[in-house]
Design a protein around this ligand. Structure first.
Ligand code: GLN
Length: 217
C-alpha cells in the first residue's frame, strides 16, 4: 500500500524508486525508509533474523524514516504492553508508546484529523486506527532534535471507547500525550494510524517533500 501511494506522487522533482527491504543490501540502496504496519514483534524478529537490527539503527542516525502503526512502535525508545519476552525496538524518536493502546481489532476506528503542514490543510485527513499504539510520553533530552506534534485526536470526534479511555483524566486536555497521533523529530516521521489505507496520498507527499527531499539537496 505504501508503495502504491508513493508511486502516485507526481509533483516530485526526483524519480521515486521503491525497494522492498528484506536484506542489508536492500537497505543500503535506500535514501529513506518506510516501516509499515503489521505486527511490531514479528517485524523485529524478522529484522533480527535478517541481521537488519543494527543496520536499521544505524540508518536511523543518518536518513529519514517513517513508521506507521507497528512501524511507529519500533521507532519509540520504550514500549509497554509487549508480548511475553518483551519487544526489541530500533529507537530514533524520544517517546514511550504502548502497543494496542485503544484495544483489539474490533475496536478499530476512523476519525478525521487536522494535520499541520499537509497540502490543503483545511481538508481533514482520515486517520485509520487498527490495534493502534498510544503515545504515553514525549521525552526528548536537551541534546535531541525537538519533537514536533503534527496531529492529535480531537476530543470532539472520538469513538466512545477511546473517549472513555481518555476520560480517566481530562479528555479535553490538549497536552495529554495519548492524543498525539503524528509526530516529527529530526528527519523522522511517526504516525500511529495508517495513511496508506486511504486514497489520500498527502502524508506520503509530506514525507517525501518535508523529510526526504531536503536530505538529498
Ligand atoms: N495496525 C498495526 O500495525 C498494529 C500494530 C500491532 N498492534 C503491534 O503491536 O505491532
Amino acid at each position: 500500500e505504501h508503495q502504491a501511494m508513493l508511486q502516485k506522487i507526481s509533483s516530485c522533482k526526483c524519480k521515486i524508486v521503491i525497494t522492498l527491504v528484506r536484506t542489508v543490501d536492500d537497505l543500503a540502496k535506500c535514501d529513506a525508509l518506510v516501516i509499515p504496519g503489521g505486527e511490531s514483534t514479528t517485524i523485529a524478529l524478522l529484522a533480527r533474523l535478517a541481521g537488519l537490527l543494527e543496520p536499521l539503527r544505524d540508518f536511523l542516525k543518518r536518513k529519514p524514516v517513517w513508521g506507521t502503526c507497528a512501524g511507529a512502535i519500533l521507532l519509540a525508545q520504550s514500549v509497554e504492553n509487549t508480548k511475553k519476552g518483551g519487544q526489541e525496538l530500533l529507537g530514533g524518536m524520544s517517546i514511550a508508546i504502548a502497543r494496542n493502546g485503544w484495544g483489539s481489532q474490533v475496536e478499530s476506528f476512523e476519525v478525521p484529523l487536522e494535520v499541520e503542514g499537509l497540502r490543503e490543510p483545511e481538508r481533514p485527513f482520515t486517520g485509520i486506527f487498527i490495534r493502534a499504539p498510544v503515545v504515553l510520553s514525549l521525552d526528548p533530552s536537551p541534546s535531541d532534535p525537538p519533537l514536533q506534534v503534527i496531529a492529535r485526536l480531537s476530543p470532539h470526534c472520538l469513538p466512545q471507547a477511546v473517549a472513555q479511555d481518555l476520560s480517566d483524566e481530562d479528555p479535553t486536555d490538549p497536552r495529554d500525550p495519548r492524543t498525539v497521533v503524528a509526530l516529527r523529530q529530526g528527519l523522522h516521521l511517526l504516525t500511529t494510524f495508517h495513511p496508506e489505507l486511504t486514497k489520500d496520498n498527502r502524508f506520503h507527499d509530506y514525507f517525501v517533500h518535508q523529510c526526504v527531499l531536503p536530505t538529498l539537496d
